[in-house]
Design a protein around this ligand. Sequence first.
Ligand SMILES: [Zn+2]
Ligand SMILES: [Zn+2]
Length: 441
Amino acid sequence: MASPAALPGEMQALVLSEEQVVRFVTVPTPQLVHPGDAIVRVTACSVCGSDLHPYHGRERGIARDCVVGHEFVGEVVALGEQVKALQLGDRVASPFSSSCGDCFFCRKGATCRCCHSQAHLFGWVSEGEEQLPPQQRRGLPGSQAQFVRVPLAEGTLVKLPPDVSDEAGLLLGDILSTAFFAAERGEVGEGACAVVLGCGPVGLLAAMAARFLGAGQVFAVDSVPERLALAAELGATPLALAPPAAATTSAAGAAPPASSAAAPADSSAGADGAAAPEAAAAAAGTAGAAAEAEAAAAAARAGVVAAVLGATEGRGADCVLECVGSNGALGLAYELVRPMGTISSVGVNTSPAFPFSPVDAYNKNVTFRSGRCPARAIMTRLMPLVRDEPGSESGSGSSGSKLPWRRIFTHRMPLSKGPAAYDMFARRADGCVKIVLDPWA
Ligand SMILES: [Zn+2]
Ligand SMILES: [Zn+2]
């Protein structure tokens, strides 16, 4: 084991104590467990839409007080004896799960399906597992912390060159890779008409990816006005789902936290055509208002479909990139895609059934692709897109690299403000799109 200085016995981290309760606490610093491990001193981490699944209780079974988070960059500060390809002091980025780099799936570029026994998602230890001795645990504590243990370090970590910033490294490890995965599997090509459903961080980056891959027209669908405005700034044509007027009218006054805020994945409840009117109605609390909200939502949805059909001589979009993760969004994707078109779905969908039937799929010759992004296999390839261009000032606006990825980051906060960060991100308050947390501020 190589370790320049003894690690502190304790560190600060964010843990999920119960539904919607994230706490900033002191926990033991992780130690090397396997000879292929590394310990990374986290210099930046971020809050992801998929962190909201256990936060809102949509995904269950996480151990109480598990350290959360899976997006991080940092510096290698300890290495197991088997790790030869990394050195102490290396600046590294990581995908959201560990992978060996050597099994059947890793060799095929499907690193998210690595079958090594130490291949796991960061930020998820299953209930009960925290009682086991470290060598027997499979789940990984998360990276919204000062230090994180990375198993299979050689297969997992990617060295960052000096002209790739911490923020860029965070995007590579998950959402930028996921966005390109969505667009490439959606077969976005030269001149294509692409529709992006959901303008959260992944959706906005997917709109960028679609343009980068040559799409002739990119529509961006959401219900949050600030997010639609950002999509427009990035060159997409914004299409509003739930009309803001209806939403604000019905939710006027004290909107409960479950109104337009509680949404799947990194994206918007509004893009889920089914959920929005119910939520708005709950806020209003009357049957009349419910019917009104439902009618408004249906009208907005019909407007989205009409806009896309109108732009494609009635055919529909060549590709729909579904970045929400709900059956409402998936059903809309089916409506929007043209015959022989492709639906590419990267939103985490927890529904047990499809909103369209096998005969629907057959009758439109739809290609449907879905699943978790093999980020480790993609991030190296995308690195040139996020390098700071020579002469550009790091962190300056959107012109410093090949993609305007910096527009995604709206907030930078110390890790100690993590509980507030989760709350703001979950409610989409304050124009929040993507938050970076600094564990050492
Ligand atoms: Zn993520
Ligand atoms: Zn593997």
